[in-house]
Design a protein. Structure first.
Length: 246
């Protein structure tokens, strides 16, 4: 797998979350609640909510949990008032990092994110300091064994995908955020399993680290992922295929 693969960062993030399964539902519930608050409780008219519900179902979240999260967002049930906060900063070696949080306490979120950066050789930057290196995209990852290139290309391009590229043992499908759901549904309808399917931030350039610096960078990503207020962490860290160890 190429270190420059968009899947590398996603794979790391997924691995970090899989190690902490109890937090996944909490993060999904927060996202559903905020999506419903911002765009209403009807997923047909609220693309963000539709995507959040699809992610929750993919993690086998019970329908009652999803319903309650929507009702908290629409005000039918009492719930916390979450604020969306995005942090930008630098890790070891100048790696660009974006941390997206949903928090009911801004001061706590700022303090915890700042502490994680400083403890692991990074620092917070100003808004916009690294954001220009990333683009919001839909990303689907499919194992090569799951579908031929010709078949997959036909399916996803017809559904509105921007690109299909090869990355080692995987196919990576990139879409505009607005086209993600249509492409994802087309892949599902073709009974092709995806390893990952989400709207994410894709880096345009990457920073390669090795040895101690790479291990420190991975610890920073893990620390940021582990924060209660964190929803997503993105970086342009160029990872090796094998896990980095300290």
């Amino acid at each position: 797998m190429s270190g420059h693969s968009k899947w590398a960062t996603i794979k790391h993030k997924k691995g970090a979350l899989d190690a902490k399964r109890g937090k996944i539902f909490t993060r999904l519930i927060k996202e559903i609640t905020v999506a419903a608050k911002g765009g209403g409780g009807d997923p047909d008219g609220n693309p963000r909510l539709r995507t959040a519900i699809a992610a929750a179902k993919a993690e086998n979240m019970p329908a009652d949990n999803i319903k309650r999260a929507i009702q908290k967002g629409t005000g039918e049930l009492e719930g916390a008032n979450y604020e969306e906060i995005q942090f930008e900063g630098y890790g070891p070696g100048g790696v660009a990092v974006i941390v997206q949080c949903l928090s009911d306490n801004r001061n706590r979120a700022v303090s915890e994110v700042r502490h994680a950066f400083s403890k692991h050789g990074g620092n917070l930057g100003e808004t916009g300091s690294v954001g220009y290196m990333f683009a919001k995209k839909g990303l689907l990852v499919v194992e090569k064994d799951a579908a031929s290139e010709d078949k997959l290309t036909e399916i996803v391009l017809e559904a509105g995908a921007e690109d299909l590229s090869e990355s080692g043992d995987y196919w990576e499908i990139t879409t505009a955020p607005a086209d993600f759901n249509a492409v994802n549904e087309a892949v599902k309808a073709a009974k092709i399993e995806t390893l990952q399917a989400e709207i994410t931030m894709v880096a345009s350039i990457h920073t390669k680290l090795e040895g101690t610096a790479a291990a420190q960078m991975q610890r920073l990503l893990d620390a940021l992922e582990d924060l209660d207020d964190t929803q997503n962490v993105y970086s342009n860290f160029d990872m090796d295929e094998e896990p980095v160890t300290a």
